[in-house]
Design a protein around this ligand. Sequence first.
Ligand SMILES: [Zn+2]
Length: 114
Amino acid sequence: MSKKRMTQDEWGAEMRKRFGEDPMQWKFICPVCARVQSIQEFKDSGAPETAVGFSCIGRWLEGKQYQEKGDDNTNGCNYAGGGLFRLNPLVVVSPDGEQEVFDFAPEVPDATPE
Ligand SMILES: [Zn+2]
């Protein structure tokens, strides 16, 4: 599986375009369960900063369990980006190195219209 590479600036610009200026509202989609998860939600869940956009938020939510893509995946799954199966589709390149991250969540219909 080929991964898309982008710089941190390009990544931030894409997030901003989709979700606005507030990074807390930037959203990812889990490559395993397809649950959409915002940076705010990671913060609220008590997940470490290193998990944001890297491991599924399901790992820090109550009632976590593995769910197949397409399920009503309210709680996400237990996917960890650093595990054996490295499914995160994006590679963000920064001065600190490279980080594999979740894809951007799709723009949501109730977001501010263009
Ligand atoms: Zn997941």
